[in-house]
Ligand binder design. Structure first.
Ligand code: FE2
Ligand code: FE2
Length: 169
């Protein structure tokens, strides 16, 4: 009996406490992705000016990718016998990605994106650590997503460098 349940890994009855913990981490990831979709959507439309176009295009592309991440988190919550939360449970946190006072303030958007991606990187790194040795499937999924976020941050760090080099950031 012990052997039979042990072979079920994270789905085993005896691992229900760890499974609940992972589900909570996944829910937080889900909400972070949803809020990022909202923030990137607004910031892919609001910015004005010639220099804003690269940022607009990049964020417009990212919306679909972040939405895909949210879907992956949702599916994994269900696979672990959790329930994907309803919209009333949503609590906004991205104060740094609110529209700037002036819509030509591209640096504000770039820094906000870097902060959002950093938050995701920190949270997903925690999930990778928590799932180590107990839930390789969730870990594998989150490693893929983590790589996407690292790529996003690196791209926007590059944008920021350009502004810094010109003394604009
Ligand atoms: Fe994401
Ligand atoms: Fe991202």
């Amino acid at each position: 009996m012990t052997q039979a349940t042990a072979s079920e890994g994270i789905l085993a009855e005896e691992n229900s406490e760890q499974r609940e913990q992972i589900i909570e981490l996944l829910k937080r990831g889900y909400w972070m992705e949803i809020e990022t979709v909202m923030s990137y959507l607004a910031n892919s439309v609001n910015p004005d000016g010639v220099r804003a176009q690269e940022i607009i295009e990049s964020l417009a592309e990212d919306i679909q990718e972040e939405l895909g991440h949210a879907q992956k988190f949702a599916e994994r919550i269900k696979e672990l016998y959790g329930v994907v939360p309803g919209s009333l449970e949503f609590e906004a946190e991205q104060s740094f990605l609110q529209p700037p006072e002036h819509q030509t303030d591209v640096v504000h958007v770039i820094k906000g994106v870097i902060e959002a991606e950093t938050g995701a990187i920190e949270h997903y790194t925690r999930i990778v650590e928590t799932t180590e040795g107990i839930d390789p499937v969730t870990q594998d999924m989150v490693i893929d997503i983590l790589r996407d976020e690292q790529g996003h941050r690196r791209l926007f760090e590059g944008f920021l460098r350009e502004y810094e080099a010109e003394g604009l950031a």
